[in-house]
Ligand binder design. Structure first.
Ligand SMILES: Nc1ncnc2c1ncn2[C@@H]1O[C@H](COP(=O)(O)OP(=O)(O)OP(=O)(O)O)[C@@H](O)[C@H]1O
Length: 634
């Protein structure tokens, strides 16, 4: 595959064999015959594509003059370029990099387990996404985007390979050469992920099996509570207290030993539905991966087809299913999606929430109801074979504790936000399952999901008075003043006018601000106080083409759970004190397959909103979303 992009040529002067890590072999002081290879090492140790003579000297343990001479020799030979930057020190870079400017370039930082790829090919990205996280995309020129990947222990644990060799093979296929230490670390993590296994004994109880006697004796004993295991069965196996299965998984995960869950899971009473929509290739992979491990979380951007993949999963498992969702609106949408994409009999779908309480072979309930003690019976009312947690980052604490009891079922999570600020990633992993996801950028590129153009617009204060008021206020009041900066009204008006005719959502945080904006824009305002039927009606009219409802001002209630596929424009007028999650969800409302999606985030210049906006948008940028910043003129 390497030949399609010249990857193998990129580092043609580098030996293929194992070598020490860059920067560690800097003991020798003679650099008169500085090889290109050692210059590469110095660059990697510097973690920059260019280096000054003094940086090279420091990395190679020599004097600056010696490094400069050695570099001059390389420049003469034509293998290194020197770049004179006015008022900055001269920098050097390998000539081949200039020639390969339009090709992919992979730089590895083995100690930090990071890989930076310039202009990655689809092949490289597909490989990397299997065992590394895309943490950042940088570069202002669209032609030179750098992709930063990091390999975390949990990425290795969840990598979809049969064995460590296959994983190492994939790693080697993208890295320019071998990194012995990195490979050893990957192997070690892989081993850890396969040291403990849960399985169902033929007499129907759960067994924890360790790869060795000492693991069961030392690791398990040290990390598990007294009531987690009932009794030893052999030197490497123990009988697990069924009620503690989730706790066992969590404790061992925290100790760095994720547990393979090979138990026989309940499939429940049969439900016979067929999918009527053809899955996209990546959706097929999601479903196959799920079916192999019988649990997992589909992680994809909003609109990437997680719901449709979940319906395919319901059809494939073929058992009674309980779907948990964050809001009643979403329950209604799930019903419609089920009907649109499968042969399910409408009579077999039930909704269970504040509005109605039906339990059917496929039941959709809200987290709120499911978390209430008096509705506990919901979980036992049928032999559910599959529990589907929509917007999995929303699972509430009571539902988490129930989820611990639902370990014997197939468990599917859906999430557009893998990271939660409160750090529930481990909980999601241990209570539901491993993340199953696609490369978000690839989805954008393939056109399955419209990439939003996110623009942060820094809005000045309207006048000195407003600025001074902010300066002399404190705490919450400050935040409110920044949120309600009157100059934002004009800015929203300007943006709506610039995109006249586009369906737009304006998000706000404070009710007063929402009302004022709605008045100024002559648009309806949807808040938590809007009666349910009115909300539904407004959203219906917003949905319809050609209606007079083109703009909706929405408070936090509109943040998620509302499917507005025709929103083409989102203006986040306030609400920047919230979490990263909110930022990505707001942007997510317009990340839909159709239309031109545009997201504007307004932040008051010189207030804490500036920082919040940047933080939220960095989060999006890490997901491969392009973010632009603009200063609004005073
Ligand atoms: N395989 C497919 N073929 C055709 N259309 C599809 C397919 N998968 C999804 N879609 C359509 O793409 C849109 C988004 O899909 P879906 O609702 O499943 O995404 P999602 O990831 O669940 O979004 P969200 O995170 O907002 O809930 C829907 O209109 C859906 O009908």
């Amino acid at each position: 595959m390497g030949d399609e992009n010249g990857r193998e040529d990129d580092h043609s002067e580098k030996p293929e064999g194992d070598r020490t890590e860059p920067g560690t072999d800097a003991g020798e002081s003679t650099v008169g015959d500085l090889s290109l290879d050692r210059f590469h090492d110095a660059l990697e140790a510097e973690e920059r594509p260019v280096a000054t003579a003094s940086e090279v000297a420091r990395r190679l343990g020599t004097t600056q003059a010696a490094a400069r001479d050695a570099l001059a020799t390389l420049v003469e030979r034509g293998s290194v370029e020197r770049l004179d930057v006015e008022s900055d020190p001269v920098v050097f870079y390998p000539s081949e990099w200039g020639r390969l400017a339009s090709r992919e370039r992979v730089v590895t930082f083995p100690k930090r387990r990071e890989i930076v790829v310039d202009r990655p090919t689809q092949y490289t990205r597909a490989q990397l996404s299997q065992f590394a996280r895309l943490v950042d995309t940088t570069g202002t020129d669209p032609g030179t985007r750098g992709y930063l990947y990091r390999i975390r222990p949990e990425d290795v644990w969840a990598a979809p390979f049969d064995d460590a060799d296959a994983l190492i093979g994939s790693l080697r296929s993208v890295l320019p050469r071998r990194f012995a230490e990195l490979e050893e670390w990957v192997r070690d993590q892989w081993r850890r992920a396969n040291r403990f296994r849960l399985y169902t004994h033929e007499d129907d109880y759960v067994v924890l099996e360790a790869a060795s006697e000492s693991l069961l004796g030392n690791v398990a004993e040290q990390h598990l509570a007294d009531d987690h295991l009932r009794a030893p069965i052999s030197e490497t196996e123990a009988w697990v207290n069924e009620a503690a299965v989730a706790a066992v998984k969590r404790a061992l995960y925290d100790a760095g030993y994720p547990v393979q869950d090979d138990r026989d899971l309940d499939t429940g009473d049969p439900v016979d539905i067929d999918l009527t929509t053809d899955l996209r290739e990546y959706q097929e992979t999601w479903v196959e991966t799920f079916l192999e491990s019988r649990s997992g979380v589909y992680v994809g951007p909003p609109g990437s087809g997680k719901t449709v993949a979940a319906i395919a999963t319901i059809a494939a498992v073929g058992g009674e299913t309980l779907i948990l969702v964050p809001s009643r609106e979403l329950a209604g949408q799930w019903r419609e999606e089920l009907l649109a994409h499968s042969t399910v009999d409408p009579a077999d779908i039930g909704e269970y929430h504040g509005g109605q309480k039906e339990i059917r072979p496929i039941t959709i309930a809200t987290y709120q109801i499911a978390g209430m003690d008096r509705h506990r019976g919901l979980f036992d009312s049928r032999r559910w074979g599959l529990i589907c947690f929509d917007e999995a980052h929303h699972i509430t604490a009571p539902v988490y504790s129930r989820a611990a009891e639902l370990q014997a079922k197939h468990r599917l999570g859906l999430s557009a936000t893998p990271v939660r600020e409160t750090g529930s990633e481990e909980e999601i992993y241990t209570l539901i399952g491993q993340p199953i996801g696609a490369d978000w950028d690839a989805l954008f590129e393939a056109g399955f999901v419209q990439e939003p153009e996110v623009e942060i617009r820094y809005v000045p204060w309207r006048d000195e008075l407003a600025r001074n008021e902010y300066a002399s206020a404190d705490g919450r009041e400050r935040r409110r003043l920044a949120a309600e900066n009157p100059a934002k009204v004009e800015e929203v008006r300007y943006l709506l006018a610039a995109h006249r005719g586009k369906k737009a959502l304006v998000f706000i945080e404070y009710l007063d601000h929402g009302e004022a904006l709605a008045d100024a824009l002559d648009a309806p305002f949807v808040s938590g106080e809007t009666p349910h039927h009115e909300r539904a009606e407004l959203f219906r009219r917003f949905h319809e083409e050609g209606t007079e409802v083109d703009v909706l001002v929405v408070s936090r209630v509109g943040d998620e759970g509302i499917d507005l596929p025709n929103a083409e424009l989102a203006v986040v007028a306030s609400g920047l004190g919230g979490s990263r999650r909110q930022g990505s969800q707001r942007a997510g409302r317009t990340m839909r397959p159709e239309g031109t999606a545009l997201v504007y985030v307004l932040a008051t210049r010189g207030s804490s909103e500036e920082e919040f906006a940047q933080r939220q948008m960095r989060h999006l940028a890490r997901k491969g979303v392009r973010v632009r910043e603009t200063n609004v003129a005073e």
